[in-house]
Design a protein. Structure first.
Lengths: 162, 195
């Protein structure tokens, strides 16, 4: 696969995964651009990586954490919803649940849970690969995802079935 | 809802989110990154070579005639990047003339002299830090003897003040000493205030 094809197929999914991790669209776009630029500069290595999309998202999220450590005062103020999104926050997803509320609930999750959601839900990775990419035990990944889902169920009073 | 429904519920609000950056912009950013890595490697090799050569010339029983290097070198790299490597503290005026001829509004002094009639460029510390970071690739000037300058990042009216001083280290009774250089840079007005 060449880089152009990889970029075309991966840019949206990687952006969404990083957006869940950082909670701000502009920041997520900057981090993803930087991560893809690094992927381009090291394409031979990244191409042979077992999960190149996970590589990009991991690099972007790590860069986000580093930037936050370097300049904590510049960290965006936590708001209720995710900043900078297209005007779709009011879309009704059924059962009275609005898209913007789901985004806001995801943003309120603890960092590690958001990272697990990014890899398991948005990159659609299985538990073993997500655990490898995040440097966690598979059981920890399962636990974080279960807690994230439980939090959403509780917030939106969604009954568990099957 | 089962877990799969919950996963779908999380995904759905983000389906309208699309990356806005064109492939060409990412590739351009990647090229800049690769260029910096190359320069870092290149700068490191030149610096190590210069320090090594100086150590040889200063050995008491060495053969200094065998080593003949220019006091400094100015190399033009792709994308308007200039690399200055100082090996000996001689002829700062010549280095200054050469840099200005290459379009770098530089004022050069050796041995830690202060800018004689230069006015430091005004700005808050963070503005100056940001400007300096863009102009000088600090990552690959570990001993200060190498300045890597992105000439496209120098704004109008900004001049570069470059100064290099020796740092000597004497070791033991054998009389062997090594010399490295400590360099520093500052931003000054480009003209009218610096000789």
């Amino acid at each position: 696969m060449d880089f152009a094809q990889f970029y075309a197929e991966s840019k949206d999914v990687c952006l969404r995964a990083v957006l869940v991790g950082v909670g701000d669209l502009d920041t997520a776009q900057d981090l993803v651009d930087e991560a893809f630029a690094r992927a381009w500069a090291s394409w031979r290595k990244v191409r042979s990586h077992p999960a190149p999309q996970a590589w990009v998202v991991r690099v972007a999220l790590n860069a986000g954490v580093s930037a936050w450590r370097r300049a904590p005062r510049e960290r965006p103020v936590a708001g209720d919803g995710m900043a900078g999104l297209p005007d779709t926050a009011g879309v009704d997803l059924g059962d009275g649940i609005v898209a913007g509320d789901i985004m806001a609930a995801l943003k309120r999750l603890p960092l590690r849970q958001r990272q697990v959601v990014a890899f398991r839900v948005f990159l659609d990775m299985d538990t073993a690969n997500a655990a490898r990419a995040l440097g966690m035990a598979p059981g920890t990944v399962r636990a974080h995802l279960a807690r994230a889902i439980a939090t959403l169920r509780h917030e939106f009073a969604i009954e568990e079935r099957g | 809802m089962n877990d799969n429904d919950m996963v779908q519920l999380m995904r759905e609000p983000f389906e309208h989110v699309h990356a806005a950056t064109a492939l060409s912009a990412v590739v351009r950013q990647g090229r800049a990154l690769r260029r910096r890595r190359c320069l870092a490697r290149w700068g490191g090799v030149v610096t190590l070579g210069a320090v090594g050569a100086l150590a040889v010339t200063l050995l008491p029983n060495g053969s200094p005639d065998a080593v003949s290097l220019a006091a400094w070198a100015v190399a033009e790299r792709p994308h308007h990047v200039i690399v200055v490597n100082v090996r000996e503290l001689r002829d700062p005026g010549g280095l200054q003339r050469m840099l200005r001829a290459d379009g770098v509004p530089a004022t050069v002094r050796f041995n830690g002299q202060s800018p004689p009639r230069c006015l430091f460029y005004p700005g808050t510390p963070s503005q100056i830090f940001s400007l300096t970071k863009n102009i000088f690739y600090s990552a690959w000037a570990p001993n200060g003897a190498t300045f890597t300058i992105d000439t496209t990042a120098i704004p109008d009216h900004v001049g570069l003040w470059l100064t290099v001083s020796p740092v000597r280290t004497a070791t033991g009774n054998g009389g062997t000493s090594t010399v490295s250089f400590s360099g520093s840079e500052a931003l000054v007005y480009a003209s009218g205030h610096c000789p």
